[in-house]
Design a protein around this ligand. Structure first.
Ligand code: NAP
Length: 330
């Protein structure tokens, strides 16, 4: 069988472009004992993939030029030589960016097909949702906290803000378009939102949360972090989840100018990587799945069709085209 794949064609300097990617085909051998042939149905495009395009040692290995990119995917088993999986089973893997693959069944996780659409396993009920949940837990978000979430209309941010609302918090979000800001208050039931492109972030945050904030869930870094620091109250906490405003910078950038506030306001910053917390998946699912099933937590997706459009979906996500989780339907 011929599989179609998206490879890394070159390492981007600054913003990636269409030239960063190459389309390729490969002939798949029939599965050996213990292996399965999987046809991918959905794949995820995520900000962390930008970091993996650089040739630097980090918490995940770099993508290799001329090799397929990798990432979360959900696919259907079409042929099996494993007792653990049968044709028709749906599995989650890290073999996205291709329409089919052969792999040992032992490295794949069978998912619940009653969850529909199946892409939710890549979003609110997958790594995305776990990231939001873990970040809130690490800074002990509780009823009465005043929480600010940046990147709030995106995959992680929209879940973090909604979960904080479920816990009885006052929640403010920032996003990069008026349409997204409307979605924050209308669909995700945040208390307030603002468009960070419409003015000074600190001033807009102070207007939305005049009493200050207790928690900042940081997806963006940069100016957002500096603004949040100045609005945090004494003993405030920051969940350092990401810094997407920095991922395409070509060199080092200055940090916040108000770091001394960590001292005077006794602030805490907690960084985390979600893959350190996969063992908490069961507790996460027990809390979040019922919220999704009952509609109390909205799982928005922006779906792009066709593997050939996956590079465009990734670039569009970096540029802010997605509301909720960016998904590629293969
Ligand atoms: P996402 O928010 O769904 O998509 C990225 C969003 O970033 C875009 O839609 C865009 O929205 C926003 N953005 C892009 N450039 C920006 C800028 N200069 N300033 C402000 N916002 C900007 O992506 P996600 O998957 O949920 O990831 C969100 C963050 O969580 C990222 O920083 C990611 O690296 C991090 N993350 C961390 C972990 C972990 O383990 N620590 C795991 C998953 C994700 P706007 O239109 O609002 O600009």
């Amino acid at each position: 069988m011929t599989a179609h794949e998206i490879h890394l064609a070159s390492r981007p300097k600054g913003w990636p472009t269409a030239d960063t990617f190459a389309h390729a085909t490969t002939e798949l051998a029939a599965p050996n004992d213990g292996e399965v042939l999987v046809r991918n149905l959905f794949m995820s495009v995520d900000p962390y993939m930008r970091g993996r395009m650089n040739d630097v040692q980090s918490y995940v290995p770099s993508f290799q030029i001329g090799k397929p990119l990798e990432g979360g995917a959900v696919g259907e088993v079409v042929e099996s030589r494993s007792a653990d999986l049968k044709p028709g089973d749906v599995v989650q893997s890290m073999r996205g960016w291709r329409d089919a693959f052969v792999a040992p069944a032992s490295g794949l996780r069978k998912v619940d097909t009653r969850v529909q659409p199946l892409s939710l396993h890549l979003g609110v009920l997958g790594m995305t949702g776990l990231t939001a949940w873990v970040g809130l837990n690490l800074v002990n978000v509780k009823a009465g906290d005043r929480v600010f979430v940046s990147g709030a209309a995106g995959a992680v941010g929209s879940v973090a803000g909604q979960l904080a609302k479920q816990r009885g918090c006052f929640v403010v979000g920032s996003a990069g378009s008026d349409q997204k800001v409307n979605a924050l208050t209308r669909d995700f039931r945040f208390d307030a939102g603002f468009n960070y492109k419409h003015g000074d972030i600190r001033e807009q945050l102070a207007a939305a949360a005049p009493e200050g904030i207790d928690v900042y869930f940081d997806n963006v870094g940069g100016d957002h972090l500096e603004a949040a620091l100045s609005c945090l109250r004494e003993h405030g906490r920051i969940a350092a989840c990401g810094a997407i405003s920095r991922y395409n910078e070509e060199g080092p950038v200055p940090g916040p100018r108000n770091m001394f506030l960590f001292v005077t306001r006794r602030l805490t910053l907690r960084g985390f990587i979600v893959t350190d917390h996969v063992r908490e998946t069961k507790a996460f699912a027990a809390e979040v799945a019922p919220l999704v099933q009952s509609g109390r937590l909205k799982a928005r997706e922006t779906v792009v069709s066709g593997l050939e459009n996956a590079p465009r979906a990734f670039l569009d996500m970096l540029h802010g085209a997605n509301l909720g989780k960016m998904i590629v339907k293969i």
